[in-house]
Design a protein around this ligand. Structure first.
Ligand code: 5AD
Ligand code: SF4
Length: 383
């Protein structure tokens, strides 16, 4: 999702006359497009901003004594809002995920303001601007145009957002708070965007949504959309992320089986192998239901790949419940699993739960289940 958002931002800036540089020594504006899903991702951004400011190279460049305009964009921006300026005074603008269309205007605003106060030309040699901080975090809907700038990072593959936000409120997850409630793009707009990508020479597409199976635009549900995408001439291959076990079903499995361009793979986050923890997580399914679902997937798509996400150390998870997750990993035999240590996210329901697990115990559990899954993945690969 963030890779696509970064492309959108690049496309908007390019359209506004800016050029994209991946060299922070050369850039007049540096934008951090951020993730809040775990604390670790946020910590990395703060330390990258710190490192950027300290960077001798930046200060010793031909624009001596200057550092660029710094923008904090995406989920962290939404999380911190104007508090981001307190956390790091060198951040100049803060823009949430639903406001990214405003970035070019904000940058221009910062430059113009600077021209007035310092008599310097905008977008020439932009030294740091201290006088004004701008934040935009009130947006709800993204304008459709942002998805049609024609900027692609990869010339063969494109990410296409089909729905934004999420209304599931899994108790550990910050996404509904920072990306807002679930909104569906119009299926015609999605198909137009894919057609534009095909016209650009792209042959592979990944459809994106936090809870992709819940997609609905009038009469067009997710499965119907898959059929429509498959029918686009010039497209060679496509896949999608992420399915939710409470919404994924036989219809979409049959589509995976029957549509020749659709990759035979399903990413179906499990999160935990304990019914009590699943309930606390507000996931909306039981272990039995999850197992029945993957059984049906495997019966319908012989040899189809199956991957998952797992969280270890959710508050109050006992050793026994952790072992239940390990048992399920053994039973399900995922081709791959992304295994995360639980990270408490402020504002979520789980953040209110008491977490007595010691950090070394969390490490132990994480390592144990990683090793277990690595063995399974390796065995399946070698077959
Ligand atoms: N702590 C750890 N992992 C998390 N995920 C989401 N929120 C958290 C959290 N607070 C994981 C889930 C999700 C994946 C994208 O990130 O496993 O499926
Ligand atoms: Fe977060 Fe749950 Fe929505 Fe996934 S489905 S984005 S884990 S709230």
């Amino acid at each position: 999702m963030n890779v696509r958002d970064s492309e959108v931002i690049c496309g908007l800036l390019q359209k506004a006359g800016y050029s994209i540089s991946l060299d922070d020594k050369e850039a007049d504006v540096i934008i951090f497009n951020t993730c809040s899903v775990r604390k670790h991702a946020e910590d990395r951004v703060w330390s990258l901003i710190g490192a950027l400011k300290k960077s001798k190279n930046l200060r010793d460049s031909s624009r001596s004594g200057t550092i660029p305009i710094i923008g904090l964009v995406g989920c962290m921006a939404q999380n911190y809002k104007e508090k981001a300026f307190e956390r790091d005074a060198d951040v100049d603008f803060v823009v949430g995920p639903a406001d990214i269309d405003k970035i070019p205007v904000i940058i221009k605003g910062l430059c113009v303001q600077q021209t007035k106060t310092r008599g310097q030309s905008p977008c020439g040699d932009c030294p740091r601007f201290f006088e004004r901080k701008i934040w935009e975090t009130e947006g709800v809907n993204r304008p459709e145009e942002i998805y049609h700038t024609g900027f692609y990072q990869d010339q063969h593959h494109a990410y296409v957002v089909i729905s934004e936000g999420c209304s599931n409120f899994c108790s550990y997850c910050v996404v509904p708070y920072v990306r807002g409630s679930l909104r569906h793009r119009k299926h015609k707009d999605i198909l137009t965007e894919i057609q534009e990508a095909i016209n650009h020479g792209i042959t592979k597409v990944t459809l994106l949504g936090q809870n992709i199976n819940a997609y609905q635009d009038n009469q067009v549900n997710f499965t119907k959309l898959l059929y429509q995408v498959n029918a686009l001439a010039g497209l060679k291959e496509f896949d999608f992320f992420t399915s939710h076990p409470k919404d994924a079903g036989v219809d979409s499995f049959k589509a995976i089986r029957d549509l020749e361009k659709l990759v035979k793979r399903l990413h179906l986050p499990l999160q935990s192998g304990s019914d009590r923890i699943l309930k606390l997580m507000n996931r909306g399914y039981t272990v039995k239901e999850y197992l029945a679902l993957i059984d049906s997937y495997r019966k319908i798509i012989k040899g189809g790949l199956l991957t998952t996400d797992i969280i270890v150390g959710f508050p109050t998870e006992t050793d026994k419940e952790f072992m239940e997750t390990c048992a399920l990993v053994k039973q399900a035999r995922f081709n791959a699993a992304y295994i995360f240590k639980y990270s408490s996210r402020p504002g979520t329901e789980a953040a209110k739960m008491v977490d007595g697990l010691k950090p070394n115990e969390l490490e132990k559990r994480h390592k144990k289940i990683l090793d277990l899954q690595r063995g399974i993945s390796k065995e399946l690969r070698s077959r």
